[in-house]
Design a protein around this ligand. Structure first.
Ligand SMILES: Cc1cc2nc3c(=O)[nH]c(=O)nc-3n(C[C@H](O)[C@H](O)[C@H](O)COP(=O)(O)OP(=O)(O)OC[C@H]3O[C@@H](n4cnc5c(N)ncnc54)[C@H](O)[C@@H]3O)c2cc1C
Length: 506
């Protein structure tokens, strides 16, 4: 049955993208988007704020800066996001970071036992220049493990169909390599413990590379099939000239931050005659009315809505709480959700005669300490720090200020988050950066509770089972469950999932 009325639960990036594409796929259906918060956008949150500072001549000045509490830069490989930018006419608001820039080339890890801030190689040749004689040398560790991996015998256990990121990396590259590189990567994307995260769900391309390389991940990566262009593949994307614009781009954002995307979606949906946007309306319950082939949604406004089809983009544990035992869906509470505290810091830029606040580059990540998360070696639970001014300074009205963002928490659950002691944080960052940081002109702390799903081992299989149940009675395919909790946490994954919503409804 073709949908006549569709309810989209959740107005974050996935829900907004789903509603956008549903208006195109079902132009005559009525679409309602319900979002618990009055503000749409979910974890995407960009704020332009005014900061006051004293310039080098001792005069008071103001600057407007964009601060992100959620995603801050995007990679151009997600074609679904590029398509949205094209369709929403946002190209003129893009800010791109070229692959040749310092922000693209210089990424660091902070590893105290390797001497502090270590630059990661940005090109194969760097592996040789960064590799030094010391045993505790990051280039040497990278080079030796990567060079040896293709000669290591195939060591995937027969019948294994998923494992943790740490187990996989340890198996192929060694435990120290995994602790340093894999844990840092996982901190940067998932704010999670690589020993708990499913490799197949989080990094499926590495799983496939091992298969393609007959047991060697490196060989599999080198054999990689050429990327699809916009006109190829199961569904082509409308990209305008964005594919060209993005050719030499490492990452990008917008003049007013990533919120530009969600704000434009909200504007489009509010203006669409078939769409009703319910901000500040929480869904409290969901039932199925089999006789009428309808759902019953109970809202916080104590109304009952009767859509024929539903797209849930809610965090899975929230969807679980809406369902009565008679219609409970499997696996909705199988994954924990991690919490992250984001601290935006704005400093006055030091005069050119003194040393900069940080090296030119994207920022740094902090790997899992050798003695794990539950001790004092990283007592504030710092996961990483982004040097925002290196990549997105053009968002701000003045270059007299420097902005940085620190991420804390995740697997360091024992840290007393969300209470961040700012002077302790500044002192810790000063140690990392090897210089005393000045007094910031602005500190903004935001605690994002349960914001990123931690796909535990077996997640793909569980989601397959969930889809199977949704395809059978009493759901019969009329409800889809998508969003960060299901098939990818990145902005690209969320938009792609929204783009596919309702694909099998006819
Ligand atoms: C700190 C942080 C940094 C990140 N950085 C990046 C990055 O740099 N790059 C990148 O690609 N990705 C990044 N991500 C990931 C990405 O931003 C998220 O995965 C994505 O925004 C999730 O979107 P969503 O719509 O699936 O979920 P959500 O944003 O969680 O949206 C769900 C919505 O549902 C609403 N809701 C909840 N319960 C109910 C209910 N009962 N009734 C109605 N509505 C309800 C909520 O109010 C919310 O608006 C980051 C995430 C975080 C938290």
């Amino acid at each position: 049955m073709a949908p006549t009325s569709i309810a989209v639960l959740g107005g974050g990036l996935t829900g907004l993208s789903a509603a956008f594409y549903l208006t195109r796929r079902f132009p005559t259906a009525r679409i309602a988007v319900y979002n618990a918060e009055a503000r749409f956008g979910g974890w995407v949150r960009s704020d332009r704020v005014r900061v006051s500072y004293t310039n080098h001549d001792g005069k008071p000045e103001n600057a407007d800066v964009v601060l992100e509490a959620g995603p801050r830069t995007l990679r151009p490989n997600a074609r679904s996001v590029l398509e949205l930018i094209h369709l929403l006419n946002l190209s003129s608001t893009l800010l791109t970071v070229p692959k040749t820039s310092h922000a693209a080339r210089n990424r660091f890890l902070y590893i105290p036992e390797y001497g502090g801030l270590c630059r990661l190689p940005s090109a194969p040749l760097d592996l040789f220049t960064l590799a030094g004689p010391s045993r505790h040398n990051i280039g040497r560790l990278l080079l030796s493990s990567v060079a040896r991996e293709p000669f290591k015998r195939r060591n995937k256990r027969f019948g294994l169909d998923d494992e943790s990121v740490d187990d996989f990396m340890t198996r192929r590259f060694g435990s120290e390599w995994s602790r340093i590189f894999a844990s840092s990567l996982v901190h940067g994307i998932y704010a999670a413990d690589a020993r708990r995260l499913s490799l197949r769900s989080a990094f499926p391309s590495l799983w496939e590379a091992e298969e393609r390389g007959n047991g060697s991940v490196v060989a599999g990566i080198l054999k990689r099939s050429p990327p699809l262009t916009s006109g190829e593949g199961p569904t082509s994307y409308e990209l305008g000239d964005l594919q060209d614009t993005m050719r030499d781009v490492s990452v990008y954002s917008f003049r007013d931050g990533i919120g530009t995307l969600t704000d434009a979606l909200v504007r489009y949906l509010r203006e669409h005659p078939n769409v009703d946007m319910y901000g500040g309306v929480r869904i409290m319950g969901l039932r199925i009315n089999p006789r009428g082939k309808q759902f019953e949604l109970i809202t916080s406004a104590m109304e009952t809505m009767l859509p024929t089809h539903v797209v849930s983009t809610l965090p899975l544990f929230r969807l679980h709480s809406l369902l009565t035992p008679a219609i409970r869906l499997p696996h909705l509470t199988a994954n924990a959700y991690t919490s992250v505290t984001v601290v935006n810091l704005v400093f006055p830029r030091p005069p050119s005669s003194s040393s900069p606040l940080h090296p030119e580059g994207f920022g740094y990540l902090v790997p899992r300490p050798p003695d794990g998360y539950f001790n004092d070696s990283n007592r504030l639970g710092i996961l990483g720090c982004v040097f925002d001014s290196s990549s997105t300074a053009n968002q701000d009205s003045s270059d007299a200020v420097v902005k940085m963002t620190v991420m804390l928490g995740g697997p360091y659950a024992s840290c007393s988050l969300p209470q961040v002691n700012v002077s302790d944080l500044l002192s810790e960052l000063s140690t990392h950066l090897g210089r005393t940081l000045p007094e910031p002109v602005l500190v903004k702390v935001r605690h994002n509770q349960h914001c990123i799903p931690l796909y535990s081992v077996g997640h793909l299989q569980r989601m397959e089972e969930l889809r199977h149940v949704l395809a059978s009675e009493p759901w019969v395919g009329r409800m889809e469950v998508i969003g960060a909790g299901v098939e990818g946490v990145s902005v690209g994954d969320c938009v792609e999932a929204g783009r596919n919503a309702g694909r099998f409804w006819s």
